[in-house]
Design a protein around this ligand. Sequence first.
Ligand code: F6P
Length: 556
Amino acid sequence: MASPALICDTEQWKALQAHVGAIQKTHLRDLMTDAGRCKAMTAEFEGIFLDYSRQQGTVETMDKLFKLAEAAKLKEKIEKMFKGEKINTTENRSVLHVALRAPRDAVINSDGVNVVPEVWSVKDKIKHFSETFRSGSWVGATGKALTNVVSVGIGGSFLGPLFVHTALQTDPEAAESAKGRQLRFLANVDPVDVARSIKDLDPETTLVVVVSKTFTTAETMLNARTLKEWIVSSLGPQAVSKHMIAVSTNLKLVKEFGIDPNNAFAFWDWVGGRYSVCSAVGVLPLSLQYGFPIVQKFLEGASSIDNHFHTSSFEKNIPVLLGLLSVWNVSFLGYPARAILPYSQALEKLAPHIQQLSMESNGKGVSIDGVRLPFEAGEIDFGEPGTNGQHSFYQLIHQGRVIPCDFIGVIKSQQPVYLKGETVSNHDELMSNFFAQPDALAYGKTPEQLHSEKVPENLIPHKTFQGNRPSLSFLLSSLSAYEIGQLLAIYEHRIAVQGFIWGINSFDQWGVELGKSLASQVRKQLHASRMEKKPVEGFNPSSAGLLARFLAVEPS
Ligand code: F6P
């Protein structure tokens, strides 16, 4: 018998559907009394501890999910990814971000060629360039050393590096290494973002890194031209070679833009944009700011998870466990969103990065074979660091919609503070919330408890918490470059696992194209209207009305 085209047609999927009723009859309040279950629903790798006992499921649920993984051929799909097979079939590409952080002696092939030596040759070039830059030997057009870097890029050429930069900024070792330097990002084509990115910077001491996989992205290219003009108008055209460098897979376009090819850092089409932070996309700007050795630790952290993901049994495999649980929550329990809640301000840009990683990867409506999915894939990711989120959207998570939460806590703070006279340190205060929130969600508060507390009758419904709201908790030993790399790779692989189970292509992004092409039609008409006073045409009445209002005001 031919294997079913869609995962939802398998017995294993149906067995999970049949299991939902039994789980819905349970309450986390009761499930959490079972010490054996709580212990079983944990996993550990190096300094990372995962407790998923507050998921709405049991050991039986996990068994069924492992069987689903077998039915989806998860092991084989992971293997194909690591072997460089062209699993991104719609773009005919391998998916090899793992090669970006593999050790120098690893062998990972794409099209029969070991890509690891090329990866290391770019890393060696970055190491050399960043050392020259940081030592002050690389001087700008007026002979001054450069201390400021503006990285221009959007989407995957921005969010991952921003996440890592924000997390490293407060790590004492990284901060020491970055003393006297600035790294900024320019992503939005909004002129406000341009103004912010160069506010108080002097072109004389600034290096612009243009980061774009394709070197065609409209926003990035306009921003790059704008900053080129900023440099040229102040320092002259010859300054570009000293003040602008690039990261791209398209070195031909880099040259045409006017950037010296010697100052271009390559990556490859087998690196997806949103999976590219471990390529020169992230490694270059981060090395300029923090030095290559710190960035190498970040890469080693990511590589440790690659190895764990590739070799551990599913029962102990953190990304696999997480991916399966997300499939359970989305496809069986029907929870469409996931909140990412790091109890660490250093991780404030984790959720924005995961939004792209997850939603651009798994926001798909058809299977990898092009069959329309009869179930919803992907999930809505959002988040904020705790405790800020608690004073923002947690109300909805506690008493409104059910949203599975990822709580991420760190045992050793990057910046310990203990204020004399306080009962606990600032970090203990933060972590008190990290430990309390998952139980508040799981247990809730019953009307009986409220009665016993003599809460007035009219307030009982308002103060009742139904509980039974799933979450999982990560406890990291510390948050240095290594653990930041680990966290990144855990999410990357988790998202891939979800896609592998759903049977979709997590590595293409056709859904972003339509808006881009419509914008290009609008752009042409805005130009024609402003320059040649031509009327805008071909739009529906709504767009025509909006454009008319916009064009009625002359740009300042
Ligand atoms: O938004 C679509 C997208 O193609 C992303 O996948 C990518 O990360 C981003 O645009 C930027 O692309 P590029 O690096 O080619 O400028």
